[in-house]
Every structure is written in C-alpha cells, then in structure tokens.
Design a protein around this ligand. Structure first.
Ligand SMILES: NC(=O)c1ccc[n+]([C@@H]2O[C@H](COP(=O)([O-])OP(=O)(O)OC[C@H]3O[C@@H](n4cnc5c(N)ncnc54)[C@H](OP(=O)(O)O)[C@@H]3O)[C@@H](O)[C@H]2O)c1
Length: 279
C-alpha cells in the first residue's frame, strides 16, 4: 500500500495540534502528517512538542490567508507525493467579545472563510482515491442559527465562488455597520461557520458523482465546545473536553471506512446535523 499523506491547517495549538498527534499515532510509519501554521517558529515548537508518533510529522508554513502560501504548498506536496489523502481545514482567527466586528471582519473572513475556500480549491484536486477533506466548522454552522430571511444567502449555493460572494456581501455589511441594523447575528462566528458549511456543501454538489466512485469524503465537522484559549475568551470552558478529547471522534472520519450519508454534511459525533431547521 502506498504511504499516506495528511495535512492539518492551524496546527500550532489547540485542536489542530491534537488532530496531528491523533493522526500520527494512528497512521503507519511510512505515512507523513504535515503540521502546518502561519509562523515558522511556532510550527517548529509544535512539532517538537509532540510525543513519539508512529507516522512521521513534518512542519510546513501555511498561512491560509495568503493565496501564494496556499498554492505554493499544494504544488510542493503534489511534486513530493503526487497527492494527499487527508486534510483537516482547522485554522481560525482568534477573536474575543471585546473585538469590534467592524474592525476584525476583514482578517477574520480572510482566515476562516476565504482561507477555507482557498485551501479547498488548492487541495481538493490533489485528493487520492479514498481521500478525506474535512472542514472543522461548528454546530453553529447550521441555518437554524440564522434569521429565516437570511437563509437564501447561504442555502443552495452551487460553487465556491458563490459562497465567497455571499461571504463578501456579509463582510461588507459588517464592515459598514449595516449588518447590526439588519437581521445578522452580532456574533461573527455564526455566519462564518455557516459559510464554511455552505462551502463544503457547494463543493460536494460539484464533486459528488466522481468522489463517490473514488471513495472520497468531503464533510464539515463539529468538534463541540472544548477548552482552548479561543473559547475561554467567551465562555467558562474549564470543564469542557480538552482538544485531544475533542479530536477523538473526528479521527475516524479521516481514518475509518467512510459512511456515504456523511458526504457533504456537517458531522458531530458520527451523526449528521441538519443543515436546514425542521419545518
Ligand atoms: N474552541 C472551541 O470550543 C470550538 C468549538 C467549535 C468549533 N471550533 C473550531 O475548531 C477549530 C480549532 O479551534 P481552536 O479553539 O483549537 O483554535 P485555536 O486554539 O485558537 O487555534 C487556532 C489555530 O489557527 C491558527 N491560525 C490562525 N491564523 C492562521 C492563518 N492565517 N493561517 C494558518 N493558521 C492560522 C493559529 O495559529 P497561531 O498559533 O499562529 O495563532 C492556531 O494554530 C476552529 O475552526 C474553531 O472554529 C472550536
């Protein structure tokens, strides 16, 4: 069997590091897991912080907000390995309750949303037979968290370009302050996570027939509330699962035989979360 290649974005801390550790423990010695992040020193520190693993872990700089960084690493991995097998799109920009959405929304969407679609465009074509592309979203990524009048902004979109356009329209309204006067939620995480799930649904709609033939899974995944510095800015998460515990139910989606009903959907603890609210 050929050696497998996995990659995790935003893996210098939190869930990303835990996903790298979990993959590298469960994969084979001939396999490689890329621990990636936007800062070379932090990537190096995270790689050296890992316990002994079965698969090799290699660090690479990947700033998902930088188009060149994304296309360069995708081309390098294609040259080096001829494709990839597992990708967790996990990177997130940390924001807190004191941040003014108008001031942060440009960078926030560049990392969380345009970064996600950028990674999907660059790496999805590299997926080999049986490959997995998993976008770490949230249970907030379902339409029930958006006012019904806004559902059609993200529902039924059939391309990543259409998702980017919907995200840009929301971002512009946050930036000019008009979102606050409308029905948009004040918590930028909600539309951002809905847009990530919409991006997976759009790419899945395009790729489903061929991916089904090749045994490829595209899905968004929900890790649940966990104890990381990002969530601690908003909530008391002292009793929440650790990133390692939260990574545990996500790893089977990357490593175990796929379930066809997961294709294109948002998955939490192995179950599909509904995209549209029950009528
Ligand atoms: N925490 C929760 O309770 C919770 C709940 C539901 C969903 N999630 C989702 O789970 C994922 C991980 O969350 P977390 O709490 O583990 O986050 P975290 O601890 O804040 O880690 C975020 C990671 O993203 C990296 N990052 C930031 N900007 C980047 C960029 N431009 N390019 C590449 N990497 C970048 C950070 O790198 P630096 O080290 O350089 O800052 C860091 O490694 C996110 O998608 C989040 O939305 C989290």
């Amino acid at each position: 069997m050929t050696s497998r290649i996995a990659l995790v974005t935003g893996a210098t801390q939190g869930l990303g590091t835990a996903l790298v550790a979990g993959l590298a423990q469960r994969m084979d010695p001939a396999d490689t897991v890329y621990l990636t992040g936007r800062d070379a020193a932090r990537v190096g520190t995270a790689v050296s912080s890992l316990p002994v693993t079965s698969a090799e872990v290699r660090g690479e700089v990947l700033d998902v907000s930088d188009p060149d960084s994304v296309t360069r690493l995708a081309a390098e991995l294609n040259d080096r390995h001829g494709g990839i097998d597992i990708l967790f799109n996990n990177a997130v920009m940390r924001v807190g309750p004191d941040d003014d959405p108008r001031a942060i929304v440009e960078e926030y969407t560049q990392v969380n949303n345009f970064g996600t679609t950028r990674v999907m465009r660059a790496f999805a074509p590299l997926l080999r037979e049986g490959g997995r592309l998993l976008v770490v979203a949230s249970s907030l990524g379902s339409l029930k968290f958006l006012a019904p009048v806004l559902h059609d902004r993200f529902d039924g979109l059939s391309s990543l370009d259409a998702v980017d356009a919907a995200t840009a329209a929301w971002r512009d309204q946050v930036r000019d302050g008009s979102a606050r006067a409308g029905a948009w939620p004040g918590f930028v995480n909600i539309p951002s996570k809905i847009a990530q799930v919409a991006a997976v649904r759009a790419l899945a709609a395009e790729r489903r027939p061929r991916d089904t033939e090749r045994g490829i899974l595209l899905a968004s995944v929900c890790p649940g509330m966990m104890n990381t510095p990002t969530s601690a800015l908003w909530w008391d998460v002292s009793d929440a699962p650790t990133p390692e515990q939260a990574a545990d139910p996500l790893l089977p989606l990357a490593l175990d035989p796929i379930k066809p009903e997961h294709y294109g959907e948002l998955i939490r603890d192995g179950a599909v979360l509904p995209w549209r609210p029950a009528t």
